[in-house]
Write a protein that binds this ligand. Structure first.
Ligand code: COA
Length: 581
């Protein structure tokens, strides 16, 4: 899913152009603004007048150049959304056996997979971080809160979209089932924020290659959606046995600090809490952040800890004196707020958020209708394979408000379904595969995407692209390459260039030694099956997580709300980061 923000905004015209026109516009604006205060209807007159002026002065401009949020009267406009045609989502009786097959497959995908662990059990396992003894060390000996308790203290409510919880769960890092850092999106003082929180129960919160990837993905989401970022730092820096895979390359650890500077220059605020022992890379994150809080006794920051100082200089020094809360808040100035407890630190963060000068709209409760058909039935519609795909409108009718869909080019290129709908009150453009992508379907898709872009409407892609047997599909069909704001998989999803059932037809699948060898082909097929599973993809962060079909509507609507927030950020003209001296 991605959001095409229109480039046609009034305020992106060059300043010299605007200054010559602004004198013409200002009296007109003031006159109509006064009227507007008396009668909100006048805003439409204002819009039309402004358009007329601009049309005369610059022939290339059109009315569409005005940001829609500026001129619309949402409440009045929104009442018409109930007029979109209703989809017939009833499952034809001839398709019932396909529905049943899909249902069995979905349940099997959720109940068990390669490691014989159930989806819910895996969620529970990854949420326990480094295991019982590490949790005891963290809470009893080190007197720290667990990462999820920290988030609970910070967040407004339970609403939290955890990103890629399965990242790294099957990677060969010994008995560690999680990436050692939790990322997600939740609200502080009404503001959606991205959280990057180290889990020190997993090898002291040190960074594995997958943890770095997870942090970078969280930052990318923050950048794309202009979300305030909160770092809860409790990390021993790099996981040293894997150091060569961690720091030297472009998308390795250093990129996290680079991104912090870039984000600051983009006016994306970043706040850090030092809530544990932070060494080397673990110390850079809070030092580069715009504003930092440290917790007394449990927070410390240094390039190298006391044992290394002793080895290098022979000096005996305590962690507190080397880089504790008092030292950094009173002497080095590396942190900005001293908190005597974790609770106080998170209260301080909430207060910092109140200084960010966000102008959020009044809490609006969007009115919407539920779909007419049960979301539970999506389990029977999530296709088991390409021969088990039912019409995509059956899925749509279980996702969108009132099952109402304003279809675009319904009769043309029918293997791609395009159109507009609402998702918990949010207008969204939908591009959904309904068979093999044909030439006509592609033309229709590109036309529709441009419409959405022109109208600043986010797009929801429902992707189900069949491999073109017997040739491998093109790499360009993979989702991540297109930088969607969010990308989720259903448990039944398979991500691969080829369908394992066609493997025997590929000459390139056989090397010289195994030509004609069935066991080699069997092995290749098994490997392909395993590597194309949704869980394999999610463990490697090729997506933002696996969601259950029946929860999709909620997750999509949440993403749409999150993406909308950037509309309310106060713009500033300066383009340099906050530099801590
Ligand atoms: N690389 C690899 N493993 C590390 C590590 C590192 N940088 N830092 C800690 N670990 C491992 C420990 O070996 C231990 O593993 P185990 O659970 O299998 O025994 C686990 O993380 C917890 O470490 P421990 O020292 O027992 O816990 P702690 O809570 O007392 O202290 C740290 C945690 C991070 C403060 C401490 O381990 C430390 O200072 N580590 C060194 C940090 C460092 O020098 N980093 C430099 C990176 S460039």
């Amino acid at each position: 899913m991605w959001n095409n923000i229109t480039s046609c905004s009034l305020w992106r015209l060059s300043p010299s152009f605007m200054s010559s026109r602004i004198q013409t516009l200002t009296p007109l604006f003031i006159r109509h603004y006064k009227d507007f205060c008396k009668n909100r209807q006048t805003i439409w007159t204002l819009r039309n007048s402004l358009c007329q002026v601009l049309k005369k002065t610059v022939p290339t401009l059109t009315c569409n150049m005005f940001p829609h949020c500026f001129v619309s009267n949402k409440a009045r406009y929104g009442q018409y959304k109930k007029t979109f045609p209703v989809l017939d989502g009833s499952i034809p009786s001839v398709c019932e056996h396909v529905f049943e097959e899909n249902l069995r497959n979905s349940e099997a995908c959720i109940q068990s997979f390669v490691f014989e662990i159930r989806y819910s059990e895996l969620l529970c396992k990854v949420s326990k971080g480094g295991g019982e003894s590490a949790i005891l060390r963290h809470t009893q000996r080190n007197k720290k809160l667990l990462v999820r308790e920290r988030l609970r203290m910070l967040l407004d409510d339970e609403t939290f979209l955890e990103l890629s919880p399965f990242a790294g769960f099957d990677l060969p890092y010994g008995d560690v089932p999680a990436a050692g850092c939790l990322t997600g999106i939740g609200k502080i003082c009404g503001v959606w924020c991205v959280f990057v929180a180290n889990d020190a129960t997993v090898k002291g919160g040190t960074a594995y290659p997958i943890s770095v990837k997870k942090q970078l993905r969280a930052q990318q989401i923050a950048i794309q959606n202009r979300l305030l970022s909160i770092y809860l730092v409790d990390s021993g820096g790099a996981f040293l046995p894997l150091q060569a895979e961690l720091f030297p390359d472009q998308s390795h650890g250093g990129r996290v600090f680079y991104n912090e500077a870039i984000m600051s220059a983009m006016k994306i605020p970043q706040v850090a809490v030092v809530c544990g022992s932070c060494t080397a890379g673990g110390a850079y994150v809070p030092t580069v952040a715009e504003e930092t809080v440290i917790v007394d006794k449990i927070g410390s920051m240094f390039l190298a800890g006391p044992p290394l100082v002793k080895a290098a200089t022979g000096e005996d020094i305590s962690p507190e004196d080397l880089g504790g809360a008092s030292m950094h808040s009173k002497v080095s100035g590396c942190v900005d707020h001293f908190a005597s407890s974790e609770k106080e630190a998170y209260e301080c963060v909430r207060n910092i958020v109140l200084t960010l000068n966000y102008e959020l709209p009044p809490e609006e409760t969007l009115e919407y209708d539920d779909p007419l058909y049960s979301a539970e039935e999506l389990l029977g519609l999530a296709p088991r394979g390409y021969s088990y795909t039912l019409h995509i409108k059956l899925i749509l009718s279980r996702l969108i408000d009132g099952s109402r869909f304003q279809e675009f080019k319904a009769e043309y290129g029918t293997t791609l379904v395009t159109g507009f709908a609402h998702m918990e009150g949010h207008l969204v453009g939908i591009v959904a595969n309904n068979g093999q992508l044909t030439h006509d379907a592609s033309l229709k898709g590109s036309h529709f995407v441009q419409l959405c872009s022109q109208r600043s409407i986010p797009i929801l892609f429902l992707q189900n692209t069949a491999p073109h047997a017997p040739e491998p599909t093109s790499l360009s069909q993979c989702g991540r390459s297109f930088d969607p704001n969010f990308l989720f998989l259903w448990p039944n999803a398979r991500v691969a260039l080829v369908d394992s059932r066609h493997i025997s037809t590929f000459p390139q699948a056989r090397d010289d030694d195994c030509t004609g060898d069935d066991s080699e082909l069997k092995h290749l097929k098994e490997k392909l099956d395993e590597e194309s599973s949704a869980f394999h993809s999610s463990a490697r962060l090729w997506d933002d997580g696996i969601i259950l079909p029946q929860n999709s509507r909620k997750v999509i609507a949440q993403c749409l709300t999150i993406m909308k927030q950037q509309k309310y950020q106060i713009a500033s003209l300066q383009h340099y980061p906050v530099i801590r001296l």
